[in-house]
Design a protein around this ligand. Structure first.
Ligand code: GLN
Length: 488
């Protein structure tokens, strides 16, 4: 058997050599989920016996020489906003209680076509709105490094399930940082691909011009395997990019010689972030420099407008996307109502949590006739300027390195009553979504016993290079191999 923290590459090799079976991997994941559930609350829906049956099928395929892919037989956790036929999807919302999907999300189809076993669904902030996995009907999720702290959000459960060694790979969605920030807080590798690289068919929409599915793994090499499995054109998602998918895992050569890394000076302004976090990130960049990369200073002058522009655009789109949850078409319907009007009102007021309601109201406001030009349109103009900032920076460098988050995992309850401080903590991640570019967060050490994330941003469709740099870093350092003491 392999260790609980074995990555996907290691699991692939163990399956190939016969030193473990898919059924053993899946049983171990189910047992670890059961043993840690009370402490972490990371996985909110386990497929149990159905996952075991899928694993038995993978073992039967292997026995007859019909292995489907490198991931055939490994266990993967979804985020609870990706649908799977016959399985519940709640988006951590009361309004979707009782909903079970009649179809598979594209990423689920692709995982299954590769033979991967879906273990279950992970805790998240309701409709992916939040940075702490505290806005959830399933109860808060906890950080494996310190159970009193948040595992980040909104894909916190996915991050925690990899960090605690339940699975070697999980999917998340990232609208403004929801993969990279929890990856950073939980000490795992989190990749948000280019907008359109992975189909969102079957992902419950939050903000359609920003949402992107990506991966949580222990390493960049594992992320490469998972991304090449789920990426690629899908005509059912009109924003899906019709470009072939590179074999990312074959491009990992450990070489960063001659690569130019840009450090945006606005992101290293000490007034904005925890100085110890910035120091860890600088040390990570120095490791890459020692490996042959060149480091230059760049500027992303409109960075400070990223958070306001993001929260105007994301909430506007959310108010429109969430209009479909009305008690008539999906999920939970209020009982004992007098008429349709009351049915809609009560279903929505009982079904949505406070943060979701706050965002629907803000989004509706900025789209209303009197305010559209002042807020929504202005935010879209700022979005274009942010994209121009990245274009200018990428004319001077190949990748941009920044902290993923200004701080390490904060305490549960610390920001939940202060939405603005929660929103401000997204400062280093939202711009990539607004510009549509890919980003990856890799662990770069600890401060105060908590993981710090180094974020690398790349040009559109340059995931291959991001993975190569992240992998080169992980070949030279072992921060990604340090696991939370309570679970190690
Ligand atoms: N924290 C951000 C928000 O609350 C990002 C969420 C996300 O990426 N899904 O909107």
């Amino acid at each position: 058997m392999v260790d609980a923290f074995a990555g996907l590459v290691e699991q692939r090799d163990a399956l190939a050599s016969g030193s473990c079976s898919s059924r053993e991997l899946v049983d171990a994941a189910l047992e670890r989920h059961a043993a840690t559930h009370v402490r972490l609350n990371a996985v909110v829906h386990s497929r149990g016996e159905r996952a075991q049956r899928d694993a038995d099928e993978a073992d039967a395929r292997r026995a007859s020489g019909k292995v489907l892919s490198a991931l055939d037989g490994v266990a993967i956790v979804l985020k609870d906003n990706m649908v799977m036929r016959g399985e519940p999807t709640t988006c951590s919302s009361r309004i979707l209680e009782g909903y079970s999907s009649p179809f598979d999300a594209c990423v689920v189809e692709r995982l299954q076509a590769a033979g991967a076993v879906v273990l279950g669904a992970a805790n998240m902030d309701e409709f992916a709105m939040g940075s702490s996995t505290e806005n959830t009907i399933h109860g808060v999720a906890h950080n494996p490094w310190d159970l009193e702290r948040t595992c980040g959000g909104s894909s916190g459960g996915s991050a925690a399930s990899v960090s605690a060694g339940i699975v070697g790979g999980a999917l998340g969605s990232d609208t403004g940082g929801s993969i990279r920030q929890p990856a950073s807080f939980c000490g795992v590798t989190g990749l948000k691909p280019t907008y359109g690289r992975v189909s969102r068919w079957g992902l419950v929409a939050f903000a359609s011009s920003l949402d992107q599915i990506g991966t949580f793994t222990h390493s960049a090499a594992d992320a490469a395997l998972l991304l090449e499995t789920i990426a690629g054109h899908d005509p059912r998602d009109s924003t899906s990019i019709p470009e072939p998918v590179p074999q990312y895992s074959e491009g990992l050569d450990g070489d960063v010689e001659g690569l130019t890394i840009g450090l945006p000076k606005e992101y290293f302004d000490v007034s904005g972030g925890d100085p110890e976090v910035l120091e860890r990130v600088r040390a990570g960049v120095a490791d890459l420099e020692a490996a042959g990369a060149k480091v230059v200073e760049v500027s992303l002058p409109r960075t400070r407008y990223g958070v306001p522009a993001y929260y105007l655009i994301a909430n506007a789109e959310a108010s429109s996307n969430l209009a479909r949850f009305d008690g008539a078409r999906y999920g939970r319907r209020a009982e004992g109502v007098a008429d349709y009007q009351q049915m809609y009102e009560r279903s929505r007021s009982e079904g949505f949590g406070d943060e979701v309601k706050r965002r629907i109201m803000l989004g509706t406001y900025v789209l209303s006739a009197g305010y559209f030009d002042a807020y929504y349109k202005k935010a879209q103009q700022v979005r274009t300027l942010l994209r121009d900032d990245f274009d200018a920076a990428f004319s001077q460098c190949d990748v941009i390195a920044t902290p993923t988050s200004p701080e390490t995992a904060f305490a549960l309850g610390e920001k939940i009553d202060d939405p603005v401080s929660m929103y401000l903590s997204d400062i280093y991640t939202v711009s990539a979504n607004l510009a549509g570019i890919p980003g990856i967060s890799v662990p770069c050490g600890l401060t105060g016993g908590l993981p710090v994330g180094l974020q690398l941003l790349g040009r559109v469709l340059d995931e291959g290079r991001l993975l190569r740099v992240a992998d080169a870093y992980q070949r030279r350092t072992d921060h990604h191999l340090v696991h939370p003491p309570e679970f190690a």
